[in-house]
Design a protein around this ligand. Structure first.
Ligand SMILES: Nc1ncnc2c1ncn2[C@@H]1O[C@H](COP(=O)(O)OP(=O)(O)OP(=O)(O)O)[C@@H](O)[C@H]1O
Ligand SMILES: [Mg+2]
Length: 400
């Protein structure tokens, strides 16, 4: 029994449709060849060397970028009715109601021309000269409060076929523009009912202008929008809410968005067991060898490798990987390296890839200075996500 991977060249695009099986089924840039049941679940395997993230240099064709504009695997099955509002946080129930109505209003004919529909895009069609009301909603709240869950639920609840709804992070959207060009992106997305943008990056002025311009064109074409954002650097102590920054940064579009504030705690760790303490190098290595589809890398080596792969390819880097096993996790020295790890953590989290690690615990990855700096929200989010993935990985280690 064996598993090997072959990098495909630019001419080999394969099928670009996301597989219900998740990233394991999307062997596009990497052809995964397996003669065993190794591709599903954590089966024990004999004599198979683990994979290595550091040995991969993924290539991602443009059509894959378009086809992947759907909620990530973790949010495949989330719906408004699987969101359990905290009874102590009325804004959570309110958000579900507003978003469910928003989704319901996006059925029927395509709202070409924008502004022909009522508040938030639902309600009766109005005369074309009616000033445009909000055609978008902006979800504002701290990390882990359920923003992506609600954004994906909106995507699922919108009564249109998946090809007419797009869901992606801000970074994925800018990658799409980079790959297709601005006009082609406008053309591709103009016929959509809904575009959901998760994690709008407010700290990149160039891309913010680019995406705002794109959104203006799409709103004019009748596309409804929904977004969440990160927090601007330099906003110490204001990390939890970013609506004012978002509305300012998107400038001319602010009247098109209704901000919806979601209060509450990080749901990921609400009532859940503590993440395990780091394991030994030996336990991690042994688990990597015993787990089909696991990748085994040393943490410093992986950080070096991430500097050589464009962050837009970190998702492809993890294609088919069933678990990430890392030895020698240690504090990160500089901000660029730390931000790259944040992106990798996001992709692993989206894809529900457990992370088994030795060395220092994930809450010691970032320095005090980083945790008090402008990107603090990203770092806390990465700790929260990696801790959740470490909890998922616990079962890979045999009891001592
Ligand atoms: N009220 C809730 N009911 C059920 N599940 C929830 C709820 N809130 C969050 N979750 C779940 O908790 C996890 C974290 O939520 P989610 O990723 O949507 O938060 P977020 O606000 O987008 O966080 P981040 O700032 O990290 O992007 C997800 O698995 C989500 O499905
Ligand atoms: Mg999120």
């Amino acid at each position: 029994m064996w598993t090997h991977q072959t990098p495909l060249g630019p001419g080999h695009h394969g099928t670009a449709h996301p597989s219900p099986a998740g990233p394991a089924g999307q062997a596009l840039a990497w052809l995964t060849v397996s003669t065993s049941a190794a591709a599903s679940g954590f089966g024990p395997i004999a004599d198979a060397a683990p994979l290595s993230l550091c040995a991969r240099e993924p290539y991602v064709p443009a059509d894959r970028l378009v086809a992947e504009m759907v909620p990530p695997p973790r949010f495949d099955s989330v719906r408004f009715d699987t969101y359990i509002p905290d009874p102590g946080q009325p804004s959570q129930t309110e958000a579900v109601h507003v978003l469910a109505s928003f989704a319901a209003g996006l059925g029927g004919a395509h709202a070409v021309g924008g502004g022909k529909r009522g508040f938030l895009g639902f309600g009766k069609a109005k005369a074309p000269k009616t000033p445009a009301g909000p055609r978008g909603v902006y979800l504002d709240g701290g990390y882990g409060v359920g923003k992506t869950h609600l954004l994906a639920s909106l995507w699922h609840a919108t009564p249109a076929e998946p090809a007419l709804k797009a869901f992606g992070t801000f970074v994925e959207l800018t990658n799409l523009v980079g790959a297709l060009g601005f006009q082609k992106t406008v053309q591709t997305l103009s016929g959509h009912r809904l575009l959901c943008i998760d994690e709008f990056e407010l700290d990149d002025p160039g891309d913010t202008v680019l995406v705002s311009t794109l959104l203006g064109k799409l709103v004019d074409a009748g596309v409804a929008l929904a977004a969440t954002s990160n927090t601007l650097p330099g906003k110490l102590g204001e990390g939890r809410f970013a609506a004012a920054d978002f509305l300012r940064e998107i400038q001319g579009l602010s009247a098109r968005f209704r901000p919806l504030r979601i209060d509450g705690q990080d749901y990921r760790h609400r009532g859940l067991p503590e993440a395990p303490a780091p394991f030994s190098d030996e336990q991690v290595t042994k688990a990597a060898h015993a787990t089909a589809g696991a990748a085994l890398d040393t943490f410093p080596h992986l950080l070096d490798h991430l500097a050589r792969v464009h962050p837009s390819r970190y998702g492809a880097l993890t294609d088919g990987i069933k678990a990430v096993c890392l030895t020698d996790v240690q504090p990160i020295q500089d901000q660029s390296t730390a931000l790259r790890l944040v992106v990798l953590a996001d992709r692993l989290y989206d894809r529900e890839v457990p992370v088994l690690a030795s060395g220092r615990p994930f809450d010691q990855l970032f320095s005090e200075e980083m945790l008090n700096g402008g990107y603090r929200k990203k770092y806390f989010r990465a700790i929260s996500r990696l801790t959740a993935l470490a909890r998922d990985a616990k079962s890979l280690v045999e009891p001592a």
